[in-house]
Design a protein around this ligand. Structure first.
Ligand SMILES: [Zn+2]
Length: 461
């Protein structure tokens, strides 16, 4: 009896170990199998050793634009579009061959592209290869590239009612199928690897006056009755704020349309550093934005500064820095009544008939009252109607603000323009940043004019 009892115990223990091991395996398999499939040495994943872990994409499937134009076939070492301009305008989003461009977008969606199913295995959708659709329009992208000409910078347009990024072009760029040997050493292309919409920050110049104006509208009950004087310069202690003109007596709307530095210096004194900084924070001006596995650069607004430097900060100079994507999101919030949407670029991933991912925008918290947003819209509308000229934007009710960001050194200023179309049919917000260029109005308005016209055409078709 003792021998039988001992054997029963041994069997029970062995069975227990077997069962425990089996449970452990099942749990591990359920939790980690998708990671194993997507791991470094998986045959499904691009194992180009030059790429960082974050950049390794699936090595099969096709990436297309919003109109199904092929951007890249990931099979067999990346086969890019036949069109050189499409190659040049999309590499900052889909990456090059050698990993020099930090383009985490496709790698962030490996799992959805593979459509891995834990229970049935990878091939649950048969032989279908994933089709990854971005929100970008190659048609608009090409127009933006041409409009930028030899200028360096970035142009972006997004639909502020859906969050879809229609256009985001960075220059200089290069053709991944024909990379110049001197790309990295030639001063005209040595910054070609950057997606400036995401990775750069710029001295904003007067587009920042939208921020100061919005803070004043939220904070000051008597803003409309305030009078601002400009004699060409404004004295602050031993320092002086200079203006681009002599604007005389102005109300706030005139001061904004004149982009009067003296008036905005006076406004900065009334508001004070602390209040200005509070609204910069509330409006998300300097915060990084995260979407689709991408995180933008942060901006900068220094609070530890003398009164005259705070005045320059309120004007968009001094140490101010804005990231184009974050600022575009801020402007989109104004267009949308004070509560905006984050942009997104990954539209849809489908494998055969199965949609494994569908992009959508995230609703951000309200950053200003609907009334402030409405008034900013009126002021920005007046800039275009009464100053820049509606003839630049046929058929579009554009609201905007220009900027000229002084960067010092031997460089010409950053020319900046941002705004939106106040029309339910074309809910487009845009930003144009051009480096070493000159005045925002003369440089950026013609670029925005062409790009918005192209967006309108695409939306009408
Ligand atoms: Zn002035």
């Amino acid at each position: 009896m003792n021998r039988i009892a001992a054997r029963a115990w041994v069997v029970a223990i062995l069975s227990g170990i077997l069962l425990g091991g089996f449970i452990f395996f099942v749990v591990e398999f359920m939790q980690k199998s998708s990671q194993w499939v997507l791991s470094e040495n998986s045959p499904f994943v691009d194992n180009n050793q030059q790429l960082s872990e974050e950049q390794r994409t699936l090595d099969y499937g096709t990436v297309v634009d919003r109109d199904s134009r092929i951007l890249v076939k990931l099979d067999e070492g990346r086969v890019y579009s036949q069109d050189a301009d499409i190659r040049k305008t999309s590499i900052h989003w889909i990456g090059g061959r050698d990993g020099n461009i930090s383009a985490p977008l496709l790698a962030a969606f490996k799992k959805e592209m593979l459509a891995y199913n834990t229970l049935t295995g990878t091939y649950s959708y048969g032989d279908s290869s994933p089709v990854t659709r971005l929100t970008l329009s190659s048609k608009v992208q090409k127009v933006a590239l041409e409009a930028m000409g030899n200028y360096k910078g970035t142009v972006a347009v997004y639909n502020y009612q859906t969050g879809e990024l229609l256009c985001s072009v960075t220059t200089p760029t290069f053709d991944p199928d024909n990379v110049p040997a001197d790309l990295e050493t030639n001063p005209s292309t040595d910054d070609a690897y950057y997606n400036k919409f995401i990775q750069y920050h710029y001295t904003p110049g007067s587009i920042f006056k939208i921020v100061t104006l919005a803070a004043a509208m939220e904070e000051l009950d008597d803003l409309d009755s305030m009078e601002f004087s400009c004699a060409g310069s404004y004295t602050m202690g031993v320092d002086k704020i200079t203006c681009t003109g002599t604007h005389g007596k102005q109300n706030i709307q005139e001061a904004f349309r004149n982009s009067c530095n003296c008036a905005f210096a006076q406004l900065s004194e009334v508001l004070g550093t602390h209040t200005l900084a509070k609204y910069v924070e509330q409006f998300g001006i300097t915060k990084a934005i995260t979407f689709d596995g991408i995180t933008t650069a942060e901006g900068r607004f220094d609070t530890d500064a003398s009164a005259v430097n705070v005045a320059w900060s309120a004007i968009g100079q001094f140490n101010d820095e804005i990231n184009p994507c974050a600022f575009l999101t801020f402007v989109g919030a104004i267009a949308r009544g004070g509560q905006g949407l984050s942009p997104y670029v990954m539209d849809r991933i489908s494998v055969g008939d199965n949609v494994t991912y569908r992009g959508s925008a995230e609703l951000n918290t309200r950053i200003m009252t609907p009334r402030t947003a409405q008034r900013l819209q009126e002021f920005m509308r007046s800039n275009v109607a009464d100053k820049y000229g509606d003839w630049n934007f046929p058929g579009l009710k554009v609201c905007a603000k220009t900027g000229t960001g002084e960067v010092g050194g031997n460089k010409k200023p950053n020319a900046m323009l941002t705004g939106f179309v106040a029309d339910a049919q074309y809910p487009l917000a845009f930003i144009v940043c051009v480096e070493d260029a000159g005045f925002g109005q003369s440089v950026c308005v013609p670029i925005a004019s062409k790009v918005l016209a192209s967006c309108k055409e695409v939306m009408d078709s």
